[in-house]
Design a protein around this ligand. Structure first.
Ligand SMILES: [Zn+2]
Length: 344
């Protein structure tokens, strides 16, 4: 039975977004103990105990999901510590990363993989590098071009995140190892090259079960209770960083394409949906980009055409050429350097 008293509601709870944005992060006073994060961290610790891992990474509220370099700790974004802040995050960023129980648990396991590596310095070992690659590889999780059908990597977080970097590959492999019974991952990844990675992690963690970590503490980087920036400035910075993830990123271009010439009575979204398959096939053929990637972009643009209530212009030949050229340029210029993949 949980006999804990619920924490009193913070003074900013009833504020409108504009007012809330004026507050400094350090003044929010949010704590893991008072939030839904507490049982989730407890579950992570239970999973670690089940797999005979001694380490319990220090979990604290930070400004985003990460594990500080070289430190066996996990930073969890402060907005997850209160429903009002989750609502603000949703309004500002259009999604709440780790906002559901399952998603949060997946991210905790992933960051725990980094924390375990920091504690035992596994990635400095030669055998680790033979399995996962050189961790000094340039870190570019925003720009990797994933191979969706590769069987060399486990699948845990979306966007084939294990392929982003050797460190991410290890964190993802660890996450699968932690959350899945050995007989289950052996079955699920049978015949995959990724199975070798899981077996290697299994061996490493068996070793770790009887040895002390070489690093046990370190600095909590970007701890929320010390961040003196206002929520407004925090979000202005993040929105800039993820600009291309925002629907209005394409608005000016779409208005130019569909606003060119006399309009018919047909909504642009309806026209786009009607030609969707042919449009996607042509772009995929001539850009060499994955069908999945192109489909996601087309889906985004259709939703945007609909939201802007754009209509189809009469000159359909010009429109089709223009639309296809625009999409092809987006796919080649933007998606290869695209921000739609996240770094965690
Ligand atoms: Zn990561």
């Amino acid at each position: 039975m949980d006999t804990m008293q619920p924490a009193p509601e913070p003074f900013w709870c009833g504020l409108k977004d504009e007012e809330l944005l004026k507050l400094r992060i350090c003044d929010l006073g949010v704590r893991i103990e008072d939030s839904e994060l507490h049982p989730r961290i407890e579950q992570l610790y239970t999973e670690l105990a089940t797999r005979s891992v001694f380490l319990r990474p220090d979990c604290y509220l930070g400004d985003e999901w990460f594990s500080p370099q070289g430190v066996p700790a996990i930073a969890i974004p402060f907005y997850l510590a209160h429903p009002r802040l989750k609502a603000l995050e949703l309004h500002q960023m259009l999604e709440v990363e780790g906002g559901t129980a399952d998603w949060c648990q997946m991210l905790l396991r992933h960051e725990c993989g980094h924390a375990v590596d920091h504690a035992y310095r596994f990635s400095s070992r030669n055998d680790w590098r033979e399995v996962f690659g050189n961790p000094e590889t340039e870190y570019a999780p925003e720009t990797y071009t994933p191979r969706p059908y590769s069987k060399s990597f486990v699948r845990h977080l979306p966007n084939w995140y294990a392929q982003a970097h050797p460190d991410e590959d290890f964190a993802e492999t660890f996450a699968v190892w932690l959350s899945t019974a050995p007989e289950d991952w052996r079955q699920r990844y049978r015949g995959w090259k990724a199975l070798e990675k899981l077996k290697y992690v299994h061996g490493l963690m068996n070793e770790a079960a009887t040895s002390q970590p070489s690093v046990t503490r370190g600095r909590r980087i970007s701890e929320a209770r010390k961040l003196r920036t206002t929520l407004g400035r925090h979000y202005a910075g993040r929105r800039k960083l993820y600009a291309e993830d925002f629907p209005d990123f394409y608005d000016a271009d779409l208005r130019a394409i569909f606003g060119n010439g006399e309009a018919t009575g047909e909504p642009a979204a309806t026209m786009m949906r009607r030609h969707r398959a042919a449009l996607i096939a042509a772009i995929v053929q001539w850009t060499g980009q994955r069908k999945y990637t192109v489909s996601m972009l087309v889906k985004k643009l259709i939703l945007r055409c609909s939201a802007l209530k754009l209509m189809t212009p009469k000159d359909s030949v010009r429109l089709h050429f223009e639309l296809a050229s625009y999409l092809a340029s987006l796919v080649t210029n933007h998606l290869y350097t695209g921000r739609f993949k996240r770094s965690v």
